[in-house]
Write a protein that binds this ligand. Structure first.
Ligand code: AGP
Length: 613
């Protein structure tokens, strides 16, 4: 996720952009950059010091040219290409007269590059975004105006994008376009504006307009015109704003956690996009391990902490089932001291959304010391773990601000399942037809999570009824056990409730002694070959007076009938269910925490990144 700003007609476009970028930094802070246009030239300044790039741009401001007509700016959350200056936006064309900023993922950028290279264009970054600057260069050379050139480019792009472009040909014009990624237009007193979200413009104007998918805008100081992909005029759509600046950063949500719960479908779609295809083929661009190296792997060890570790539990099941790969999981802080027997046939996958967790980092280092190959599965490009590991698998969830992991946990699960499919195809342990079926079911995950999110109010009403709980036991089997662990963690870290998770089959070996009248048990009872066993465990705790909450498939009337409270989810293939089944438990913890007046974005005693041992 990245932040875009564009301004034309302002007396000091650079200051307008820097102020706006400060409000957009929550969307990404790996790098930042600005371009100014005027006096028949572009002036560009970029920096890639995570979290500090804007300071560099501010310090450079006194040296910037004045009386420039327009400008565009960008703050980056890296997806394609390391978080270094050459990959920072804005990106320019070969002539240096065109500049663009982009938020999203251009899925067909490689094939577009091949054509442009054949036409003599040379790239200066590893990003997908830069391809747009060269497409514009080509169309401008064919005599198109900037907005028309952008319209022609958009027709060639596949994927998601919000784009803003400037050129010395028309220094007062900003051309903008979007598909799926958000883009807002603004106008006030002879100033035209473009931005990724409302937060960046509210300080300048409340006269805002929504740009729709596949619409292209030409923004001038005193006018905005919009056309569709067909070139026909489109109406400007006014945007009503009821938010203040603070709420706007959360896109109107009460807090980042609820925003990030809602972002899960998008985060999953972005994480899978371009990596898995309907024919079952997969491509993992950053893996960096060759097929020969992967062929030599005889065992996989998945390590992580907290929610990242719980994602590993689903990953192990996927690796064993689809790739027939011996797999084990270990909490990173334990693995480090385990005196593990590893070798070059072992692949250790370190899962960490921040890529900075020191327990996981040292565990990865220990694995390397013992001769294992390593992969970092992380949400932060160029993070400590990403730089240290032999290979990388990036989730593309965008910044996760809330301390309690939601969209990153979901994308970790999905990416591990995708990796298992990738290995299965490589090892020939899955038939082509089964691979196609699995690919289509993985690609359907964002939609299923979206359907679960549509039930949030039902989940919150269960949370209201359980707001006073003191002790909660989460039970699950097989893939449900990892979900139970994550659900218990959410309730602990957000609502400060004592919550423990057990393999459901383990209760009779001791923990059931804890069950007495009024104990609350949450059972992960989604459809699968072990549902009957879970139902038996539910009967055991109900017989001892427990209040039972079930996470179950919608339409599963038999399971609902034995429950005191029901958290329904859409039917999902058993092995793919964790990313969907966790949604009601995120909501349960969120609801109980809010009922207790807790700060769900900053729970007590916790930090978003644990850089201490
Ligand atoms: C999960 O909600 C917590 N924030 C915590 O358990 C977290 O998952 C853990 O600290 C690992 O963080 P990482 O993914 O950044 O390594």
């Amino acid at each position: 996720m990245c932040g875009i700003i564009g301004v034309t007609g302002a007396a000091d476009p650079l200051q307008v952009m820097l102020d706006a970028l400060a409000l957009l930094e929550y969307r990404g802070y790996d790098s930042a950059g600005v371009v100014l246009v005027g006096d028949n030239r572009l002036w560009r300044k970029r920096d890639a010091v995570r979290g500090h790039s804007l300071e560099t741009l501010r310090h450079a401001a006194p040296g910037a040219p004045t009386h420039m007509s327009s400008g565009i700016g960008h703050t980056r959350w890296a997806t394609h290409g390391a978080a270094v200056e050459r990959n920072a936006h804005p990106h320019c064309d070969c002539t240096g007269r065109v500049a663009i900023v982009h938020n999203g993922i251009i899925e067909n950028y490689q094939e577009l590059w091949e054509k442009l290279a054949a036409e003599g264009h040379t790239r200066s970054s590893e990003t997908d975004s830069e391809v747009v600057a060269h497409l514009l260069e080509r169309e401008l050379a064919n005599g198109a105006g900037l907005a028309e050139a952008l319209r022609r480019c958009v027709a060639e792009l596949r994927g998601d994008f919000a784009l803003a472009a400037v050129s010395t040909h028309e220094p007062k014009v900003i051309a903008a376009a979007r598909r799926t990624s958000p883009l807002i237009l603004g106008q006030v007193d002879g100033i035209g504006l473009v931005a990724s979200d409302i937060a960046a413009l509210l300080g300048t104007t409340r006269t805002l307009y929504q740009l729709e998918d596949d619409e292209i805008a030409e923004v001038r100081p005193d006018s905005i015109s919009v056309v569709g992909l067909d070139g026909r005029d489109r109406e400007l759509k006014p945007l009503k704003v009821g938010w203040d600046l603070v709420a706007a950063r959360r896109d109107g949500y009460d807090d980042f956690m609820s925003k990030e719960i809602h972002e899960q479908p998008r985060a999953l779609a972005d994480t899978l996009m371009g990596r898995i295809h309907a024919d079952g083929t997969t491509e993992l661009e950053d893996l960096r391990l060759t097929e020969v190296e992967l062929d030599g792997i005889e065992r996989v060890v998945l390590i992580g902490c907290g929610s990242a570790f719980y994602a590993c539990l689903s990953g192990r099941i996927a690796l064993e089932h689809w790739a027939r790969m011996p797999a084990e999981v270990e909490i990173a802080s334990e693995f480090r001291y385990r005196d593990a027997v590893l070798g070059e046939q072992t692949l250790v996958v370190a899962v960490s959304q921040s890529g900075e967790t020191v327990d996981t980092f040292h565990a990865l280092r220990e694995a390397q010391r013992r001769g294992a190959k390593t992969i970092a599965l992380t949400n932060v490009v160029d993070s400590l773990l990403a730089r240290e590991a032999d290979g990388v698998l990036y989730t593309r969830a965008g910044p996760e601000i809330g301390v309690a992991s939601t969209k990153c946990h979901a994308t970790q699960i999905a990416l591990l399942q995708l990796f298992a499919l990738h290995l299965a195809r490589q090892r020939g342990t899955i038939e082509p037809e089964e691979g196609r079926d699995l690919a289509s079911r993985l690609l359907a995950l964002p939609g299923l999570v979206d359907r679960a999110i549509a039930r949030l109010d039902d989940y919150f009403s269960v949370a209201d009824r359980l707001a006073e709980v003191q002790d909660v036991y989460f039970l699950g089997r097989h893939v449900g056990y990892g979900v139970a662990l994550e659900g218990a963690l959410k309730l602990k870290e957000l609502a400060y409730v004592r919550a423990e998770a057990y393999p459901a089959g383990e209760m009779k070996h001791g923990p059931i002694a804890l069950i007495e009248e009024g104990a609350v048990v949450v059972a992960i009872a989604t459809r699968g070959r072990l549902l009957e066993k879970v139902m038996a465990n539910i009967a055991e705790v109900k017989a001892r007076g427990a209040t039972v909450v079930v996470v179950c498939d919608e339409y599963d009337e038999a399971t609902k009938a034995v429950a005191d409270h029901v958290l329904e989810i859409p039917a999902v293939p058993e092995l793919l269910s964790p990313a969907v089944a966790i949604v009601p438990l995120q909501a349960l913890a969120y609801g109980v925490a809010r009922a207790r007046g807790n700060d769900v974005d900053r729970p007590r005693n916790l930090a978003k990144v644990v850089t201490v041992e």
